[in-house]
Ligand binder design. Structure first.
Ligand SMILES: [Zn+2]
Length: 308
């Protein structure tokens, strides 16, 4: 499967003050049009003498990972949080599965700041109706709820600290022997007509003890023997806020703080925790924001980085 990457390049004049809202509204409309027409490569010149560029190489869409580049003297903010860049100005950020129609960014250079509003492509998530689950799997006891909350907090804390050495170039699928995707990212789940939740990752159905691979280089932040929902679980930090997690494993082969390379076998498929059969529940996040794993498989950041 191939993926046509888009490039949106915005040239912004050094004097931010002369860029009016009107121009940005115009740009926003043009960008919307081109994004919707399947990621045609475009370059937007908004003023006669372009001196700064903000580039986006991937679609700006719900549940997506945005890969882009800044000039070195500039910095980019989302809701007052600065986005980290590597030494060449490349950056990534994730977009929530349920995001408003626009994203508000701030581009800063020295003491000047410019607001940038970009459209976010909205996605329609599939619905999954799951009935006949044992009631104790749907309605949790007080103790189970408490345990699940504590484990969720642990994962949230671990996802707050990341390594800023390198943005991964590529990601691979975690289960080479997977027979199919049994549940896709983002699907809206209705359990026994009682509970509605959204699927936080991709489920790969695979035989018991099929190999599970690290999807990119990284450092193991968690190798947990028994979590309430996810059973034997691994969390890997890939840098710049990108984390992958691997759930319901039958065996874990790695330890916390261990470095792993892309393609290393880190464990084997199982059905531990809250699971109805052997599969890998796999998630990708940018810090706490869950992104679609099947989207980023198609990215090759090294190709994009070398395109100047
Ligand atoms: Zn799952």
């Amino acid at each position: 499967m191939t993926f046509r990457q888009n490039v949106i390049t915005m040239y912004i004049h050094s004097n931010y003050n002369i860029i009016t809202n009107k121009i940005f509204l115009f740009l926003r409309n043009v960008i919307t049009k081109y994004i919707l027409s399947n990621y045609i490569i475009i370059t937007l010149f908004c003023l006669a003498q372009p001196v700064q560029a903000l580039e986006f190489y991937t679609p700006i869409e719900e549940g997506g990972l945005v890969f882009g580049r800044l000039n070195n003297e500039e910095s980019l903010y989302i809701h007052d949080t600065q986005i980290q860049t590597d030494s060449n100005g490349f950056f990534v950020f994730g977009i929530h599965r349920e995001h408003p129609e626009n994203i508000h960014l701030k581009l800063k250079k020295h003491h000047q700041a410019q607001d940038i509003i970009l459209p976010v492509k909205q996605r329609i998530w599939p619905k999954e109706i799951i009935n006949d689950l044992p009631l104790d799997k749907v309605i949790l006891s007080t103790e189970d709820k408490e345990r699940a909350h504590q484990e969720r907090d642990l994962l949230a804390r671990l996802r707050n600290t990341t390594d800023y050495t390198k943005i991964p170039d590529t990601f691979i699928r975690p289960v080479p022997e997977a027979t199919r995707i049994s549940s896709s990212f983002g699907s809206c789940r209705i359990l026994n007509n009682l509970v509605v939740s959204s699927h936080s990752g991709t489920d790969y159905a695979a035989p018991l003890d099929a190999r599970v691979l690290a999807v990119a280089d990284g450092i193991v932040r968690l190798a947990h023997p028994d979590m309430f929902y996810s059973g034997k679980t691994i969390l890997i930090d890939h840098g710049f806020g990108l984390f992958s997690s691997y759930s319901h494993l039958n065996h874990i082969l790695v330890q916390e703080n261990q470095s792993v390379k892309q393609g290393d076998i880190i464990g084997f498929v199982g059905s531990t925790g809250r699971s109805t059969g052997p599969h890998l529940h796999f998630t990708m996040t940018w810090f706490h924001i869950r992104i679609d794993p099947e989207q980023i498989i198609h990215f090759n950041f090294s190709t994009l980085k070398s395109r100047d």
